[in-house]
Design a protein around this ligand. Structure first.
Ligand code: SF4
Length: 302
């Protein structure tokens, strides 16, 4: 099973810019961006970021507003602020070099167990148990025979992942990358392409007759959510060169007359957001450090 998946990866892996020669900083940035955003949206932003801020020190020196503008529409922009804080910590505590152990990586803002394990493995060749949603799904189907892993990560899954991890450091890194890739492009959540799978004949889920999932995964609604409203407000703030007066968020006519921001304000007003939801979005962005509020209006943090 290991050999089949690893050989398939060496033949078929997508050519992604953070693979094969990217710096540890480039790999850390990619892992943070990929946490909640698909590869196709991350790739152009990652390339722009690494060209503009090739080291943690370059990035730490950038103003927060510039970082949030460059984050663009990747979503969940608190990740950008945490990465900014992580870069500052790397400069202050690690001489500007991304730390190379799981434990030190875990100390960085915005870096959880998965990201620390992935960076230790893919940037530094360390043997760590990497478990993301793609790996969990492949393990669940291939080894356990279930359509989907449990709704939340279990101790049994971690134990299985540790058991499957090859002893050799280099093999373990290849295994982590290969299983993750198999889950991302072949053993996908909605429609696995089993006909293209290198381990079809060993798959426990296929052998069990492809049993249905025992629960229906919760989708992530977007339309009408606070997240959608926050995203639209952030797009206005990114486009603005100066504070945006609060009236423009509430008054559609005033917004339309504001030529510089008309496009982004128009998108916000088209959502027909109720006042309490808009208030919640603005207050939430200020509380999260993603916006500042003054008498002049709302703007990105300095
Ligand atoms: S055979 Fe299908 S379900 Fe089994 S591991 Fe391969 S892609 Fe996934």
């Amino acid at each position: 099973m290991h050999r089949e998946i690893q050989d398939w990866f060496l033949r078929e892996a997508r050519d992604l810019p953070w693979r094969g020669g990217a710096s540890p900083w480039g790999i850390l940035v990619s892992e943070i961006m990929l946490q909640q955003t698909p590869v196709v949206r991350v790739q152009p932003v990652w390339e722009e970021w690494l060209g503009r801020w090739p080291t943690p020190a370059d990035f730490a020196a950038a103003p927060a507003a510039e970082v949030l503008r460059a984050w663009g529409r990747l979503g969940y922009p608190r990740r950008a602020l945490r990465l900014h804080a992580a870069a500052a910590q790397i400069v202050e505590q690690h001489g500007g070099k991304v730390p190379d152990t799981f434990e030190e990586l875990l100390e960085l803002p915005g870096v959880g167990t998965y990201t620390a394990a992935a960076v230790a493995a893919f940037a530094f060749g360390r043997r760590t148990t990497v478990v993301d949603t793609n790996i969990r799904r492949v393990h669940a189907r291939l080894v356990v025979g279930q359509a989907l892993p449990a709704p939340a990560l279990t101790a049994a899954e971690m134990a299985l992942a540790a058991e499957l991890l090859p002893e050799d450091d280099g093999e373990s890194v290849l295994w982590n990358a290969a299983v993750m890739e198999l889950g991302a492009v072949v053993c996908t959540a909605r429609s696995p392409k089993c006909g293209l799978c290198p381990v079809l004949e060993q798959c426990a889920w296929i052998a069990a007759g492809q049993p249905e999932p025992t629960y229906i995964p919760k989708g992530q609604p977007w339309a009408g959510t606070d997240r959608q409203v926050r995203g639209a407000v952030m797009a206005v703030l990114r486009a603005a060169g100066s504070p945006v007066h609060a009236d423009l968020f509430w008054d559609g006519d005033a917004a339309r007359a504001h030529t510089e921001l008309a496009a982004e304000l128009g998108k916000l007003h088209d959502l027909n957001t109720h006042a309490p939801q808009l208030e919640r979005a603005l207050a939430g962005l200020v509380a999260d450090g993603l916006a500042q509020h003054s008498e002049a209006g709302y703007q990105l943090p300095a």
